[in-house]
Ligand binder design. Structure first.
Ligand SMILES: [Zn+2]
Ligand SMILES: [Zn+2]
Length: 332
């Protein structure tokens, strides 16, 4: 496993394609083996990092990496919806060398076309594979292609014969999908990727590219010590009070009018606090004041954490869970 620090990338081709990756692609092509370049396509927001100390801007309540939003420029936590003003300095080392990082599949595809014009390229993602016949076609494309640009879809149910090299383009972008167990998912995706190889007796090489190799979030994932990874992850979960140390529920309200969407959520959380009044001090209720717009509706959400949430909610507040306009997601 190679971990490449993209800040020290000395290839002039593209900031997200290191010379180490280029060299290994070249060597793998010469050996007539396949290359998989893996990336998170769904995420359109940048992460923000500190170039001096490798700090990754994360939510102080959820430990989830924050996304850069523009107009107005701010940082947003997609797990609890908390907004933060755009920082001028790193909270950890006070440096002003902050960098937005993001990469798209199109960008990588173009670089590969330019650098390896004779290689057969195949982009494997939800744009190309929509139904069963596309899936059947995908099998033969995977067979024929030299360089495959793949998204999460490829980790499930596809084998790539003769896979010599896997390159994860930007590891911190993988961590951007909001969820308290994102790190475990990324860790298991990488291990699943290594299982896609299908080569007998030979190991598939893997290159992980990141701007922040020494950041604990990243170094935990890049360890190949499974036990150590889970020990550290459990520690973090305890610190931020995530399952299994509590049960977690997300209440999401949607309405055409902003005030109504907020009112639905307010009513529900108040009702909940009232029904659990004797345990109020143990419940952690997230912020409900921020909102976003999705498919022309206003969306408010609130995360609730507590020890015994599922059974309590189902017993005490069954009608609340059926409030029109309210969606309940259990993360127990
Ligand atoms: Zn810093
Ligand atoms: Zn948060």
């Amino acid at each position: 496993m190679y971990i490449v620090n993209l800040l020290q990338n000395n290839s002039s081709v593209n900031p997200y394609v290191s010379s180490t990756l280029l060299e290994h692609i070249e060597q793998t092509l010469q050996k007539k083996e396949k290359i998989l370049l893996y990336m998170n396509k769904r995420w359109e927001y940048s992460s923000l990092i500190c170039e001096s100390c490798q700090y990754l801007f994360s939510c102080d309540e959820c430990d989830t990496p924050l996304s850069v939003h523009t107009r107005p420029e701010r940082l947003v936590c997609h797990l609890c919806d908390k907004h933060f003003p755009f920082p001028r300095h790193c909270p950890s080392c006070n440096s002003s060398k902050l960098k937005k990082v993001w990469v798209g599949t199109q960008q990588i595809e173009t670089v590969m076309q330019q650098q390896f014009p004779h290689a057969r390229l195949y982009r494997f993602d939800t744009d190309n594979i929509k139904n069963k016949s596309d899936k059947i076609k995908a099998f033969s494309m995977l067979e024929e292609a030299d360089i495959i640009i793949g998204t999460k879809m490829i980790t499930t149910g596809f084998n790539i014969p003769n896979l010599g090299l896997i390159g994860v383009i930007l590891l911190e972008q993988e961590l951007q999908i909001p969820g308290y167990n994102t790190e475990e998912q990324v860790y298991s995706n990488i291990n699943q990727l290594l299982g896609r190889g299908g080569r007998v007796g030979q190991k598939t090489e893997i290159i992980l590219q990141t701007y922040i190799p020494e950041n604990p979030l990243i170094s935990r994932i890049t360890t190949d010590n499974y036990k150590e990874f889970f020990k550290q992850t459990l520690k973090e979960r305890k610190r931020f009070n995530y399952p299994p140390f509590c049960e977690m529920v997300t209440l999401i309200s949607r309405h055409n009018e902003k005030e109504k969407s907020k009112a639905i959520l307010e009513k529900c959380t108040k009702e909940l606090e009232m029904s659990l009044w004797d345990k109020k001090s143990q419940i952690s209720l997230g912020n409900i004041n921020t909102w976003r717009k999705k498919q022309n509706k206003y969306v408010h959400q609130c995360i609730i954490k507590w020890q015994d949430l599922e059974s309590s909610l189902k017993n005490i507040a069954p009608t609340l869970l059926r409030t029109p306009g309210l969606q309940v997601i259990w993360n127990v």
